[in-house]
Design a protein around this ligand. Structure first.
Ligand code: ACO
Length: 335
């Protein structure tokens, strides 16, 4: 069985936070941020807005482009590390779309690699049979887990949602050529948002005595990142995973129209493009406007590139995600 991309969509919060705005709360400058990262602006969810709504809006736009009815969606994969419910946010998307067929919906947590993993998972469901229309939604609100006093991280992230619809087709029309996925738990110390737990042994002693009551609520720590290590990791593994996907598909970089990387930092995009000898005109980049939007960054950039006419029907794209876990991977697609 084949599978192909038939629609995309995205949505961003209305609140814009510029580098100059950040310079009012931490010691930084527009010049420092734009030179080191390429980021000038980001969108941030306000307290009243919901990530679920943003995700549903992006998904609805993808369905509209594909001219597919919400009732014909049979799986929704929500790629996110920041769901609004610890038990998972995905079922809220078909609910918001008004799907009357109760499609399977669940979350995939793999930070900035989430969308690539979701896309590959969707293709496996379709190729395995039984699934025809799969919505893959990347949505994150890292701003809610950002330490706004840490100038090393708060300048990087933005909130957004992006979605694609992957549809079953004949194998001759197949639009997902190959993929390559990895993880390395050993690198978790470089990038994480740990959980502060309310363990039972903080509440009850081994002799049955009550130690602390009421117990503290569990919560997440803010994002901790060693920027230099993450930078080095990305520049090392992304060219490797792309070479591996190209090899599996029997292609080389010169036959690919677009390099679409997770939008983490312009210097990472430039370094990877240089290693792969891809000219900057074939690199998709929109991080100046949105910053690093984690699992949303690839579908958001794809959606903008498709709607602006840059990515045209039949173009080939190599997409690569990398981030916390550590996780990374790539996929070769045809639009
Ligand atoms: N403004 C001004 N100065 C700053 C800022 C800031 N916003 N942030 C750090 N500095 C200072 C530091 O304090 C340091 O000062 P010092 O020399 O007096 O000690 C100096 O600038 C250099 O700091 P570094 O951290 O070494 O700066 P670096 O050149 O590594 O750039 C950056 C930092 C931009 C974070 C870079 O390391 C990077 O982009 N790394 C990749 C991060 C990334 O992409 N993360 C996302 C991963 S995806 C995911 O899964 C979430």
């Amino acid at each position: 069985k084949g599978c192909k991309l038939v629609g995309c969509g995205s949505a961003v919060p209305s609140l814009q936070v510029s580098n100059d705005d950040l310079a009012k709360i931490v010691e930084t400058s527009d010049e420092w941020i734009s030179v080191r990262t390429g980021i000038r602006n980001r969108r941030v969810l306000s307290g009243k807005e919901s990530l679920t709504n943003l995700a549903a809006e992006a998904a609805s736009r993808a369905l509209e482009m594909a001219e597919v009815d919400p009732d014909d969606v049979d799986l929704v994969l929500l790629c996110t590390s920041t769901p609004e419910d610890l038990f998972g946010g995905a079922p809220q998307i078909p609910k918001a779309l008004g799907c009357k067929n109760n499609p399977l919906a669940y979350d995939i947590t793999a930070a900035c690699s989430g969308f690539v993993l979701g896309l590959v998972s969707a293709s496996c469901y379709i190729r395995g049979g039984g699934f025809r229309n799969v919505l893959v939604v990347g949505a994150d609100s890292l701003s809610r887990f950002t330490d706004w006093t840490d100038r090393g991280t708060c300048i990087l992230f933005g909130d957004a949602a992006g979605a694609v619809l992957l549809q079953a087709c004949d194998i001759e029309e197949d639009g997902l050529f190959s993929f390559d996925l990895h993880s390395d738990g050993g690198g978790q110390r470089h990038l994480n948002a740990g959980i502060k737990r309310n363990d039972i042994d903080d509440v009850l002693g081994s002799n049955g005595s009550v130690l602390g009551f009421p117990p503290k609520q569990s919560s997440y720590s803010c994002i901790h990142m060693n920027g230099k290590e993450v930078f080095r990791f990305a520049v090392r593994v992304v060219p490797q995973t792309i070479e591996s996907s190209l090899q599996k598909a029997g292609l080389n970089m010169s036959s690919i129209d677009w390099l679409l990387l997770h939008q983490a930092n312009q210097r990472i995009l430039d370094a990877v493009a240089t290693r792969l000898e891809v000219p900057s005109e074939r690199v998709i980049s929109n991080l100046a406007n949105y910053g690093n939007t984690s699992a949303a960054s690839i579908p958001l950039a794809l959606d903008e590139a498709v709607r602006s006419g840059k990515v045209k029907s039949g173009h080939t794209i190599v997409a690569a995600g990398f981030g916390a876990g550590l996780t990374w991977g790539s996929v070769i697609l045809r639009w």
